[in-house]
Design a protein around this ligand. Structure first.
Ligand SMILES: [Zn+2]
Ligand SMILES: [Zn+2]
Length: 191
């Protein structure tokens, strides 16, 4: 079932919707990479990250902002790295996109979706897999963190992005305007 998903920063000045999003057109993943951790820690140090960060990958063409778009800002840890979007009003992390609209994908951070986590799991399905799991987590986590599950997940993640690109979603990217990020990325130090 396709639904309209409410998006909202913590203070409510930035709001938006993700429209026509289904389980099939999203990937519910958990990312364990250090950059996600650095990004979220810098903004929202209360987020518990020991079990990774819940992310919903979707097409950025599904997203539109209804209020407060001017509060959206962008940082990068390296000039070629992902664009990491957040709100300057209340330092809410939004998500990460590749640095070019040519690859139309966003990993939306669960806390920017204005729905309880149980509802999110109903809408986007259970976690499909864990990305960037460390060796020690593999041994501790058993099947949950199995590297085999990872390959299928990566293929699916790339596959749906190619489908979005072919559908013309690069041109309807919520975070780019004719190839230019809606807020100029600022390169920051990781630490
Ligand atoms: Zn805010
Ligand atoms: Zn990550």
């Amino acid at each position: 079932m396709a639904t309209q998903i409410p998006l909202r920063c913590q203070c409510g000045q930035v709001t938006g919707i993700a429209e026509g999003v289904t389980i099939k057109s999203t990937n519910h993943i958990v990312c364990h990479c250090t950059d996600c951790r650095n990004f979220v820690n810098r903004l929202a140090p209360t987020e518990a990250l020991e079990n990774g960060l819940n992310i919903i990958q979707m097409s950025p063409a599904r997203i539109s902002f209804t209020q407060g778009k001017e509060h959206i800002q962008c940082l990068q840890f390296t000039r070629t790295g992902l664009l990491r979007w957040y709100t300057e009003c209340c330092q809410s992390p939004i998500g990460a996109t590749p640095p070019s609209e040519a690859i139309p994908s966003i990993g939306l951070i669960h806390s920017f979706i204005d729905l309880p986590s149980e509802t999110q799991s109903d809408l986007f399905g259970p976690v499909r897999g864990h990305c960037f799991v460390s060796k020690s987590q593999y041994s501790a986590g058993g099947d949950t963190f199995s590297p085999k599950a990872g390959i299928g997940l990566w293929l699916r993640m790339y596959g749906i992005v190619i489908a979005w690109k072919l559908a013309g979603d690069s041109k309807r990217h919520a975070f780019f305007n004719h190839g230019v990020p809606i807020s100029a990325p600022v390169i920051v130090d990781k630490h």
